[in-house]
Design a protein around this ligand. Structure first.
Ligand code: FES
Length: 270
């Protein structure tokens, strides 16, 4: 069993306040960029706990929002780092509102990321919805290394599928058929697995998609690493809010043993 992302970059000590440099629309999502030139270079698949530095409760009479875990979506040579956001509630709304010059409180990079392909493997990079975020920085690393790969992305409709432009040369599936294949991204994966017996999978997306990827790969005997989601309060192993069961009856903490885990560790993705 591989240990995903062993030897990972460690977070700088404490929470850092980084300046927002850009906030861009990306279909149904926002891409929030910060200047992190002084921070550690993240490994693909690592995440950070982020919160708005000001108005982080939305107003003095409102309940404060907790910092939230977001995958690091991209890191540029000038030190800019990006997070992909979806406005799904008051906390993410505040993050989506951040403008150039405002502060973002960041703890990270945290967790274990994706492993490189083993000799002779070709990677299938498989993502769904906002879960494509860590696959962008992964693909950047694969391109830089000249590593063979295929990118398969799934979205609900055309507006959400605009986020596919974050990655190069993807095959896209949409639920409504408005872009690419009509159906699930896992159908694209099954077709690729039939074509190429050398495939190994790196995946991130909503739990039902990850469970389908896990089951397909288990049936086909294909190695897979999955970037898991879990509710996270601390992000560094203290609160045990993020535990998920392993196949062997023990538990893993998604924030420190993951978020990227070898699929063989799991009976299923819940
Ligand atoms: Fe606290 Fe994982 S988020 S232990």
């Amino acid at each position: 069993m591989s240990e995903a992302g062993a030897g990972r970059p460690l977070a700088a000590f404490g929470r850092r306040i980084l300046k927002v440099t850009r906030n861009e629309q990306l279909g149904a999502y926002r891409l929030l960029w910060v200047d992190d030139a002084a921070g550690p270079v993240p490994a693909p698949g690592q995440f950070a706990m982020i919160a708005a530095a000001e108005r982080w409760g939305g107003g003095c009479d409102e309940r404060p929002y907790l910092a939230r875990a977001f995958s690091i979506a991209r890191r540029l040579g000038n030190g800019e780092a990006a997070f992909m956001l979806e406005d799904v509630g008051p906390g993410t709304k505040r993050l989506c509102e951040l403008r150039r010059g405002e502060g973002l409180a960041v703890l990270g990079p945290l967790g274990r990321g994706f492993s490189p392909a083993a000799a002779g493997q070709r990677l299938a990079v498989v993502g769904g919805g906002v879960g494509i975020a860590p696959l962008a920085i992964l693909q950047d690393a694969l391109v830089a290394a000249g590593a063979e790969h295929v990118t398969l992305l799934g979205f609900r409709d055309r507006v959400h599928a605009e986020a596919a432009t974050l990655l190069g040369d993807p095959l896209v599936a949409t639920d409504d058929g408005s872009v690419g294949h009509q159906g699930f991204v896992t159908e694209l994966l099954e077709a690729e697995l039939q074509r190429d017996p050398r495939l190994a999978v790196r995946a991130c997306g909503p739990p039902p998609m990850l469970e389908a990827v896990r089951a397909i790969c288990a049936r086909a005997g294909v190695p897979a690493e999955l970037a898991l989601e879990a509710p996270m309060a601390c992000g560094f192993g203290s609160c045990y809010g993020c535990v998920v069961p392993r196949r062997d009856g023990s538990y893993l903490r998604v924030c420190v043993d993951g978020p990227v885990v070898d699929a063989e560790q799991l009976e299923r993705v819940a």
